[in-house]
Design a binder for this molecule. Structure first.
Ligand code: SF4
Ligand code: SF4
Length: 134
């Protein structure tokens, strides 16, 4: 299975070799989608993690034991359904197809499990319905 997570680091654990540990100890495939790592400051990584479900869970538990906060991408990227007008502007720019037009209703749907948190949809959305917060 494949999942996307946001990892938050503190001043004391930003330099841990967590990608190496996830690959070596839990046989996971890691794709770094976004990284803001600042020396001695709060930092974050957006990772796509692929592997067996129990190994993913064990790997994430190991990170939590190292005081790395782990949260699903669903918590960081949201769409305000009340103000989205289904204009479609975001569907042309979303690189992973997380925003797409459903036919024949022509409603624009959001599939957060595909989202890579690139943030491109935020500025193209006329009513500012998309939010990306880390
Ligand atoms: S650009 Fe904004 S308003 Fe338009 S479909 Fe996308 S999320 Fe909805
Ligand atoms: S942040 Fe927006 S544009 Fe980027 S992958 Fe997610 S839904 Fe698509």
């Amino acid at each position: 299975m494949k999942r996307i997570y946001v990892l938050h680091f503190t001043q004391s654990n930003y330099d841990k070799p967590i990608v190496y540990q996830l690959i070596k100890n839990y046989d996971l495939i890691i794709n770094i989608l976004r990284a803001v790592i600042l020396p001695r400051q709060e930092s974050y990584l957006v990772l796509e993690i692929e592997g067996e479900e129990d190994l993913i869970n064990k790997g994430l538990d190991c990170l939590r034991e190292s005081q790395v906060a782990v949260e699903s991408i669903r918590k960081s990227v949201k769409r305000n359904e009340e103000i989205c007008t289904s204009c479609g502007a975001c569907t042309a720019i979303c690189p992973v197809g997380a925003l797409y037009i459903e036919r024949p209703s022509m409603k624009v749907l959001f599939a957060p499990e595909k989202c890579s948190a690139c943030g491109l949809c935020v500025n193209v959305c006329p009513p500012r319905a998309m939010e990306v917060n880390f």
